[in-house]
Design a protein around this ligand. Structure first.
Ligand code: ATP
Length: 664
């Protein structure tokens, strides 16, 4: 049994007893003064593991025997003591017991031992890895409640509005019964509503909303964070800046799907902008796309999909010069001219409609490659977005002027204590440690997993893959089992939908274009005979519940119709079945024409495809498996290396995908 140091949030409240004072500026100041170090001096040791569970068990027996009145009194007393003494082991164990009892009473779920251990890990500022479906939502509520009882403002950060709302509503009765308030921040809330939600003891939000609100607060503070200055201002002005702040600082956060937020999104800069002047630029974008359409591969340029860039050849450069002769302005300078051409060629040939973006009445909207969701107010930088708009014949949006920016990586490092949870941490635990100084902890499953892996099947062409998928669907559908078919893009989901319709199989589709009914589709996806086709949207966080009738015939069957660049994303999809010890199975179908393999191996693959194409197109497992594994692992390593480089070179942020927050 090991012993761990625990930060003592009691100190924070002791220094600033008025909780309203624990504000952004104050906290930055506290951090600068080295509160982290100070609190370690006062820190206490908490046993982990079996000893802790035993202690919670004893406290639970004592608290459980109390009358309702006595229980309420005990709750107030625990909170008071936590506020004064901080997270002392005996108090933490008592608080955990309190939350466990209350969760059973308010939610009908008694946290399992493994959930208590997960909660303890997060209280220690760890990223806990708990298998998909093990109940992370309930697990997070335990450290959240304990921190909140100790008067530390808590943010629970989820990956989308849907989950933020769902989790806040689901866990709400528990918090309220503990005397804690709970708020939720979603897109489109007014500043007043935001302020009210952040003022709650526990606030559910998305990574994007919370980071933008932080940026807005920084704009209000205009870099001024000295508490003395702010106090004076409070006396002298009728509307001091402090009143205009949205949050109460960055104290303790639990990041759900930590690998997605802290790793996949780490390099995304968040930017607050104001409309800039783009007169004149519009013509430039149109000309760039026009010229790019006249350039030909491979003579004038080469597409380097693997490195995600376009390279102009010498012939292409000369042609570009001739085609832009007489345009003057930016076109006269070789470096700008070529940059414009490369951007326009990327817009035309690297970014594909219904994969990287969709076009609807709002114009060009980016689709997140990991979550499959639309990112309504995100745009590509350096004119790329505008050039895609030209390509698609949409109205060109204005170029924005940057007011302030931050990356997720920098933002999350500003929390006094950061914790996280995910079903898939181990592939990126090293990265999490080096970038965020976050250690990860693996929590065992509550019950033995009954998820069956039916393996990976390889086919030469996409056509042949779809045929095999259809056969698989037919077999499992006949048995009555609900089926979830995971696809890599909106386009692929619609292709599968077409094939199923032709085969006369009723189904529902969930993708960024058809998401109005998301909650309803998910609620029904586990029913007998249901077929659901989805993009990665049905990956993380989606809880497909099944009943006893479905359990009896083998549970949910998940069909992955390709492999993602990152193995974690595949594992998230498989995790939709076999939850909480339920039965379930998953199977993967891959074709040598899939993007992952096509991009990695390039034209070399054509000969292999031709060799296996005859008949059913089946590729022997040894060959197909090796080809897929090598491509996936190498791609994953390349992404990881790119991320590391980017994090070290902040300047490169300019080149990347950007949010353009539209402020309030
Ligand atoms: N202690 C418990 N007792 C009974 N049911 C529980 C308990 N904890 C969780 N569950 C159930 O387990 C299911 C999965 O919970 P949840 O969606 O939080 O899992 P998850 O770990 O977040 O999954 P994912 O990794 O897929 O997001 C839910 O239906 C929930 O009701």
């Amino acid at each position: 049994m090991s012993e761990k140091l625990v930060q003592r949030p009691g100190l924070l409240t002791a220094v600033y007893p008025e909780r309203e004072d624990v504000r952004l500026g104050t906290l930055d100041r506290l951090m600068a003064a080295g509160v982290g170090r100070l609190s370690q001096l006062f820190s206490v040791r908490t046993a982990t593991g079996a000893g802790f569970l035993r202690r919670v068990g004893q406290e639970e027996a004592a608290l459980g025997a109390l009358s309702e009145m006595e229980f309420a009194r005990a709750r107030v007393e625990i909170a008071q003591r936590l506020r004064v003494a901080g997270l002392r082991e005996d108090l933490v164990a008592r608080a955990f017991a309190l939350v466990r009892i209350q969760a059973e009473r308010s939610l009908g779920m008694r946290p399992f031992d493994v959930q208590l251990l997960g909660g303890l890990g997060m209280l220690h500022g760890r990223v806990v890895e708990m298998d998909t479906g093990e109940g992370k939502t309930l697990t997070a509520s335990i450290p959240a409640a304990v921190m909140a009882l100790s008067a530390v403002p808590v943010h629970i950060v989820t990956v989308n509005d849907f989950l933020a709302e769902r989790d806040a509503e689901w866990m709400g009765p528990l918090y309220r019964a503990l005397g804690l308030s709970v708020g939720v921040i979603v897109e489109g809330l007014s500043p007043e509503a935001r302020r009210a939600a952040y003022a709650c003891d526990i606030c559910y939000c998305t990574n994007k909303q919370v980071a933008f609100d932080y940026l807005k607060d920084r704009l209000v503070l205009e870099g001024e964070t000295r508490p003395l200055h702010m106090a004076l201002e409070g006396l002298s002005r009728s509307t001091p800046r402090r009143e205009r702040l949205l949050m109460r600082g960055l104290c303790y956060a639990i990041v759900d799907e930590a690998d997605s937020v802290l790793i996949d999104e780490a390099r995304t800069p968040l930017i607050i902008t104001r409309a800039g002047d783009h007169s004149g630029l519009e013509q430039t974008y149109r000309r760039a796309v026009d010229i790019a359409r006249r350039l030909e591969a491979p003579r004038d340029y080469q597409l380097r999909e693997k490195e995600w860039r376009v390279q102009l050849t010498d012939l292409g450069k000369a042609r570009l010069r001739r085609l832009s002769e007489g345009f003057g302005g930016v076109w006269a300078a070789e470096i700008h001219r070529e940059e414009l051409a490369r951007q326009a060629l990327s817009a035309l040939h690297l970014y594909h409609r219904d994969k990287h973006y969709i076009v609807d009445e709002a114009g060009v909207q980016i689709v997140d490659e990991y979550t499959g969701r639309l990112m309504a107010d995100r745009s590509w930088e350096r004119g790329l977005h505008q050039m895609i708009e030209v390509k698609e014949g949409c109205e060109i949006t204005g170029r924005q002027e940057t007011l302030i920016r931050i990356s997720y990586q920098r933002f999350f490092r500003r929390y006094l204590t950061l914790a996280g949870m995910t079903g898939t941490a181990h592939e990126v635990s090293g990265e999490m440690r080096s970038v965020y100084r976050l250690r990860s902890k693996r929590i065992p499953t509550n019950r033995k997993s009954r998820r069956v892996n039916l393996g990976e099947h390889h086919f030469a062409t996409v056509e042949q893959k779809w045929r095999a998928v259809l056969k698989d669907v037919g077999e499992h559908h006949e048995a009555g089992r609900p089926i979830l078919i995971g696809t890599q893009s909106i386009h692929a989901s619609e292709e599968v939908s077409r094939i199923l319709t032709e085969a006369g199989l009723a189904h529902r589709v969930l993708n960024a274009r058809q998401n109005a009914d998301e909650a309803h589709i998910i609620a029904e996806a586990g029913g007998i005979g249901r077929i659901t086709v989805a993009t990665n949207m049905a990956g993380r966080g989606t809880d497909i519940r099944i009943d006893d009738a479905v359990r009896a015939i083998g549970g949910l069957h998940v069909i992955a119709t390709g492999r993602h660049d990152a193995r974690r994303i595949d594992r998230q999809l498989y995790g939709r079945c076999g939850r909480q010890g339920d039965p379930g199975s998953h199977v993967t179908y891959v074709s040598l024409e899939d993007d992952l393999l096509r991009v990695f191996y390039g034209p070399r693959l054509a000969r292999v495809i031709a060799f296996f194409e005859t008949g059913s197109g089946r590729v022997p497992r040894l060959i197909g498996g090796a080809l897929t594994r090598i491509a996936q692992q190498a791609t994953e390593m390349r992404h990881s290396a790119t991320r590391k480089n980017l994090l070290h070179a902040d300047d490169s942020l300019e080149d990347l995908l950007a949010f353009t927050g539209r402020g309030n």
